[in-house]
Design a protein around this ligand. Structure first.
Ligand code: GUN
Ligand code: FE
Length: 457
């Protein structure tokens, strides 16, 4: 497949710009400019459609895809620990605090070795593009050099990426072998990484952006947290951290600060329109009001929450309070790199919350009413929802948005999807895609029109 720059593409599109609704159009005509931005979408019933099609044919800029393959917006993964890639599918039988100390910190410490970092990060970014993740919000490690390498690799491979050098300076919670040298070093290196990303050659379109990244309150001193809050104000960049993830973590913050994670982070100046809070399972209604008021976003990580959260995130309640929510794999707390899989788990977990788990209780006392989401809502969260939480012009097929897209073939080799043209409406076909597609169904991935992955067809 080719780059889509200064081209007219005819393709069947499926997207979900509005939560709960999907828009499907066979053979839509899209005019895409030299920067990979969608200039115009023309539907087959538009009087100018045939004329625009024949003009593109004449000047050799027409790319026409088969009607039975579908373009979906590329996925936005709002929470990935890049260094944990080699740990995917391992070590999920212990609680969060044990997992960090016994498995995760020793692994992340290895990224002081840049050769090791390069090998792992190159494989990760390639795999995510093959899985259709066009925008990734990454935690790296405490190492500035390896974090710069991750930025270089994303830019070279063409993934839209927001990347943070992780700050961990608290000697009470971080081992000697994996801790910032001092609070000052942590702040200096964060600022120097921000400057590095802004001065990267070929990053003129801001494909890669820096993110201020306190790992979570337990791993940071108060001085680091308020210093990072100030940096966020100076540099106007994104902020990410973990928020109220598990009983242990939520209670640690209550004991240390007398506040919930949300209120403590807000007081450190770390909650604003460009903040993404991972998990947030234990947030109260008052926390939700603070998050909504500041316009911050939430990375919902349903698969990882099964292992580490000790509760289910009240997704529907957050959405009804107008919080900006997207989905995160939380590699490797969640053992899958696929946002298709994350969509499914967001549906499963919302159903579990609604229906309950304890069979010894009467049905009407088991769960929490009105908690479920459907496949349309999950698809929205995975695309437009995540993009809106980051304020990025991606996640939907509309004029003015970047052409970040995946081409899905329900009949690809090794596809788990069976479509019957007589039985399955287009809406059924999308439902089948969301419920069962794997990376085998993704034939191509584009970011700003650049073809960043081509699979088998
Ligand atoms: N809290 C602090 N660090 C981590 C991490 O790496 N993964 C998850 N799931 N939670 C965390
Ligand atoms: Fe995480």
């Amino acid at each position: 497949m080719t780059d889509i720059h200064n081209k007219t593409m005819i393709a069947s599109i499926m997207h979900a710009p509005v939560r709960g609704e999907v828009d499907i159009c066979l053979d839509a005509l899209m005019i895409i400019n030299g920067e990979g931005q969608i200039e115009e979408i023309v539907r087959p019933n538009d009087p100018s459609y045939e004329k625009k099609k024949s003009e593109a044919k004449q000047d050799n800029s027409l790319v026409q895809l088969p009607s039975n393959q579908f373009l979906l917006p590329g996925f936005v993964d709002l929470h990935i620990h890049a260094p944990q890639w080699p740990q995917l599918g391992k070590a999920l039988d212990v609680p969060l605090e044990v997992w960090l100390m016994e498995h995760t910190f020793p692994l992340e410490a290895r990224y002081s070795d840049e050769k090791f970092a390069e090998r792992m990060y190159a494989d990760l970014v390639g795999s995510l593009l093959a899985n259709g993740t066009t925008t990734a919000l990454y935690f790296a490690t405490i190492h500035k050099k390896a974090t710069q390498l991750l930025a270089d690799i994303c830019l070279e491979k063409g993934q839209r990426a927001l990347i943070g050098k992780v700050v961990m300076d608290n000697p009470d919670q971080c081992p000697d072998y994996y801790r910032d040298k001092s609070t000052e070093t942590a702040l200096e290196e964060t600022e120097s990484f921000i400057n590095y990303v802004h001065s990267m050659k070929n990053n003129t379109a801001d494909l890669v952006k820096p993110v201020i990244t306190p790992r979570f309150i337990p791993s940071c001193t108060d001085e680091a947290l308020s210093g990072l809050g100030k940096l966020a104000q100076t540099h106007h960049c994104h902020v990410q951290t973990h928020c109220s993830e598990s009983d242990w973590e939520h209670n640690y913050v209550l004991d240390r600060t007398g506040k919930t994670d949300t209120n403590a982070l807000a007081d450190f100046g770390l909650i604003g329109r460009h903040t993404i809070l991972a998990h947030s399972n234990f947030i109260s209604d008052q926390d939700m009001d603070v998050i909504a008021d500041k316009g911050a976003g939430i990375a919902h990580c349903p698969l990882s929450n099964i292992y580490f959260s000790t509760a289910i995130f009240p997704l529907k309640r957050a959405l009804e309070k107008s919080l900006r929510v997207g989905l995160g794999t939380d590699i490797s707390g969640g053992p899958s790199a696929s946002i298709f899989e994350t969509c499914r788990f967001s549906i499963h977990m919302s159903r579990t919350l609604e229906e309950g788990t304890d069979a010894s209780l009467p049905a009407d006392e088991r769960g929490i009413e009105n908690s479920r989401i459907n496949f349309r809502e999950a698809f929205h969260l995975a695309t437009a929802g995540g993009a809106d939480a980051l304020d990025l012009p991606v996640g939907r097929f509309e004029a003015g948005y970047q052409f970040d897209a995946i081409l899905v073939a329900p009949d690809a080799p090794a596809s788990p999807i069976f479509i019957d043209d007589e039985l399955d409406t287009l809406d059924d076909q999308l439902q089948k895609i969301i419920y069962s597609a794997t990376r085998a169904n993704i034939l191509s991935t584009w970011v700003s029109g650049r073809n960043v992955f081509t699979g088998k067809s």
